[in-house]
Design a protein around this ligand. Structure first.
Ligand code: ADP
Ligand code: MG
Length: 676
């Protein structure tokens, strides 16, 4: 292969700089430090052996192959290669002529004509050549890059100038970690008596060091991003302006303790002259919206505009209703933006925002679009933030002329502690950990689909008593059309089966006006049963609805089920969520249903979700913005995360240059760990 071609293949493995090779760590090891005694090959276990080459030839049965006949001590041995180069044949023939030896690593089987090895790794050697003194690493690789090439490049990287240990002695001792240089040698060329199990399982102290360094780099990157933000300007907003005080005085309910605490945190941030970037977490129904409204008023009091963005039209409209109810009496002007809005209305809204006449813009993705200009954007609220991509959120930031607006991100999908300590370490986090008074826990029932008729009777009873119910239609994997059709069919069937009840239908493809009408009819109690797709998953709030049926619940994700279930249990009544499940459940589906049945706490559900699926999937949008950790594992190495966090603070304070060198080693010119 040409040198350029090799570089290209190496690049595919992410190997460019010296650091990349140093941190390209073995998957496993082979022991070439000792030779197996001739004839001794335990079944299904690779051995390292030495044999004299007798003859090399091409055979054609059962298929074309290179066969090498050798003598392993007294034992005849055949080595077979199905893929080979002509040069290989010549090399082996020469070895036979010169009476040379070969050393091969692989499994020995007994074949037709005695002992055989199939495509073993081998090397031609002369008599008495010394054996390896360290275990031989096996690296992750790709087509066209051999283990020998990788080993050579890694050795080169290891043996170039000495490696700086970016951790101080004191820090290393505190976390009980080996020196960096020693750790890398232990991983790339372990001594023959090294604990191979610990190396492969990645529990060896050398692995701890590498994982710690990786987590430290992540923490440093997050802290630096955090500091950079603190260095930018944003308007300092008053905590006790007229509008804010007025709404607080006339709230329809008393804020819970958790809401008061979180509000104080948000207002304290907003009073600072640099942009807030706060994640407001609270389980479904914990009352995040009012906090958002109060924050918008702090902006208004300072003479600044806000945008409130929601991932769906239904949710945006609900915000509009709530904000109108709370803020219109105070004379605050709202603007409303959504896709498919009449052009004239849209123009009027845009003009009002650009002129600064409207104080708060509420809407969906439509808020991002070109032409949306705000005279004085001071605060951006992103509801259900995990539904938006990093790019979209960045665009919102650019809507502010010059400065950066404060950002309040809200989410009912709780981020497990280990995730928030790592991937979200650059955000400030507030948690509403208390539900408004009077909420009753939702009872969850698992019911086989075969008992559907009992469920129908139950809906009829509940609705006759004046309650309302949701019927959530199953998602059809990989097909929106299928999901839509199912919703339409379900609506027809249920309307027939429950004749006499008012049944409504809500799905994502309805025109905006019809969606709003269906939602309003249900909110006002004019329809009793709402057949819906997962469009109701986020944020919909109808306290009188106390029964929810989720059809084919096994097809939903855990976060989704938790969100859906959160749509009931918002009123004074006992609520029930019925999970209908089909036959033939997969292991994973069974595990999900068990978790949702046994747990009501969103944090616990999210934690179990993380265990079940791993951070890659749970992270969702963050994934696209940040490379995941290569070595550390958020669950297994949770203790290291906490230590890395403390170390990052200390390092930035005491040895900022060393901190930057540490980060450079791990990023090696790549992107940051996170961009928010
Ligand atoms: P979420 O956190 O899921 O977005 P919402 O903000 O939609 O929750 O609030 C859920 C419901 O609880 C709304 O009807 C809201 O008006 C009401 N609510 C919020 N805070 C309180 C409170 N402190 N006391 C009583 N009801 C509240
Ligand atoms: Mg909400």
């Amino acid at each position: 292969m040409k040198p350029g071609a090799l570089a290209k293949q190496l690049e595919k493995l992410g190997l460019r700089a010296r650091e990349d090779f140093l941190l390209h760590l073995p998957l496993r090891y082979e022991d070439e430090t000792a030779l197996a005694p001739p004839g001794e090959a335990p079944p299904a276990t690779p051995v390292y052996l030495e044999a004299r080459v007798l003859r090399a030839e091409i055979a054609y049965r059962p298929r074309r192959q290179l066969v090498v006949h050798a003598l392993w001590g007294e034992v005849p041995l055949a080595l077979r290669f199905f893929n080979f180069y002509p040069s290989q044949l010549r090399q082996l023939q020469r070895a036979a002529d010169e009476g040379l030896l070969l050393r091969a690593y692989g499994e020995v089987r007994s074949g037709w004509f005695g002992a055989e090895m199939a495509h073993p790794r081998y090397r031609i050697v002369r008599e008495g050549e010394p054996l390896a003194t360290a275990l031989t690493p096996v690296y992750p690789t790709t087509a066209g890059v051999s283990q020998a090439q990788l080993r050579a490049r890694v050795r080169e990287a290891l043996e170039a100038e000495p490696l700086e240990d970016t951790l101080s002695e004191a820090m290393r001792r505190r976390v009980a970690l080996p020196a960096f240089d020693a750790a890398l040698h232990a991983l790339h060329e372990p001594a023959p008596d090294a604990d191979r199990a610990a190396l492969v399982e990645r529990t060896h102290p050398a692995w701890q060091r590498v994982k710690f360094d990786e987590l430290l780099a992540q923490q440093l990157s997050m802290r630096l991003a955090y500091r950079a933000r603190r260095g930018r300007a944003a308007p300092a907003l008053p905590r006790d302006g007229a509008l804010l005080t007025a709404l607080r005085a006339r709230l329809p309910f008393k804020l819970t303790g958790a809401q008061q605490r979180v509000l104080a945190e948000v207002l304290a941030d907003l009073a600072q002259p640099h942009p807030m970037q706060r994640l407001l977490q609270g389980d479904v129904g914990s009352g995040k919206t009012i906090i958002a409204a109060l924050a918008c008023l702090a902006a208004a009091d300072g003479g600044w505009q806000s945008v409130v963005m929601a991932p769906t039209e239904i949710l945006a409209e609900q915000h509009l209703r709530k904000f109108t109810e709370w803020l219109a009496p105070l004379g605050v002007k709202l603007a409303w933006l959504q896709g498919g809005q009449p052009a004239r209305e849209r123009r009027a809204m845009l003009a009002a925002l650009e002129a600064g006449e409207a104080t708060i813009a509420i809407g969906t993705h439509a808020l991002f679009q070109k032409g949306v200009k705000l005279a004085r954007l001071g605060l951006a609220v992103v509801d259900e933030q995990h539904r938006f991509g990093v790019e979209q959120r960045l665009m919102l930031r650019h809507k502010a002329d010059g400065g950066v607006p404060h950002q309040l991100m809200m989410s009912a999908t709780p981020i497990p502690r280990t995730l928030s300590m790592s991937y979200y370490a650059d955000l400030d986090v507030s948690v509403i950990d208390e539900l408004p008074p009077g909420r009753r826990p939702v009872k969850t029932r698992l019911v086989a689909a075969a008992r559907r008729s009992e469920v129908l009777a139950r809906i009829r009873d509940a609705c006759t008593e004046g309650q309302q119910a949701y019927w959530v239609c199953p998602v059809i994997e990989e097909s929106n059309e299928g999901t839509l059709q199912t919703a339409l069919d379900t609506y027809e069937t249920l309307s027939r089966e429950l004749a006499g009840l008012q049944v409504g239908l809500l799905h994502g493809r309805l025109p905006a006006g019809e969606k709003a009408a269906a939602m309003t009819a249900f909110a006002e109690g004019r329809t009793q049963l709402l057949v819906a797709t997962t469009v109701i998953e986020v944020g919909v709030d109808v306290p009188n609805a106390s029964l929810m049926v989720i059809e084919h619940a096994e097809r939903f994700g855990l976060a989704q089920l938790h969100q859906l279930r959160g749509r009931v249990g918002r009123g004074a009544r006992d609520s029930v969520c019925i999970l209908l499940y089909g036959t033939r459940l997969s292991e994973a589906a069974r595990a999900r249903l068990k978790i949702i049945f046994e747990n009501a706490d969103g944090f616990e559900i999210a934690r179990q979700d993380l265990l079940l699926r791993g951070p890659g999937e749970v992270l969702g949008e963050r994934q696209s913005g940040a490379p995941l950790l290569r070595f550390a594992d958020l669950e297994r190495d949770a203790a290291l995360i906490a230590a890395a966090r403390t170390a990052a603070e200390e390092m930035l304070a005491q040895a900022p240059q060393r901190a930057r060198r540490h980060l450079a080693r791990w990023l090696a010119g790549r992107q940051e760990y996170a961009r928010v």
